[in-house]
Design a binder for this molecule. Sequence first.
Ligand code: AMP
Ligand code: MG
Length: 187
Amino acid sequence: MTNSVVDRPDYWLVIDLEATCCSDNRFPREEMEIIEIGAVVVEGSTFQPLDEFQAFVRPVRHATLTPFCTGLTGIQQADVDAAIEFRAAMSRLTIWMSRYPNAIFCSWGEYDRRQFARDCEFHRVAWPFENQHVNLKKRYADRFGLKRGQGFGEVLRKHNLTFEGRPHRGIDDARNIVRVMPIIFEA
Ligand code: AMP
Ligand code: MG
């Protein structure tokens, strides 16, 4: 794949995941599981949002959300109890994504890519993305000559933007990340 495919794609696919978590090490990071997939497809050169995908996912290893996790994300036990499992969610995501061929999977940092890799391995689901992942946190740092990646909240503040929706909800995080894409990529 050439760089031009990554830098001038037809579509960007911004994904933000939420996962089971705890504040007291009651289970290790490696056992975190996706509980929400939030995704926005963005037009390649105008950065206009075109379409969205959202799914709650039922975790299997730690099926009961911790109060910390519910407090952080606002995702309720009933949301995940009623949700589909990872494999089914990925098949829905893949069908939806196929409308946007060659879309570039991107996220704020490496966490979302790693969490997808972990769940795909655990559930024996094939990697669904064609192109290399783009780390928007790193792109932002490169664009502004920063040595370290910035937290997303800090970036919004710097550009006088306020978060719309609820932080730590996958779909809201994805929508807000989309809002900073022109700042990163436009000349
Ligand atoms: P985010 O996209 O920032 O909402 O984070 C994605 C996932 O990372 C969350 O659903 C949690 O599983 C985990 N996470 C985020 N922040 C924390 C935190 N302060 N402590 C523990 N886990 C966290
Ligand atoms: Mg999030």
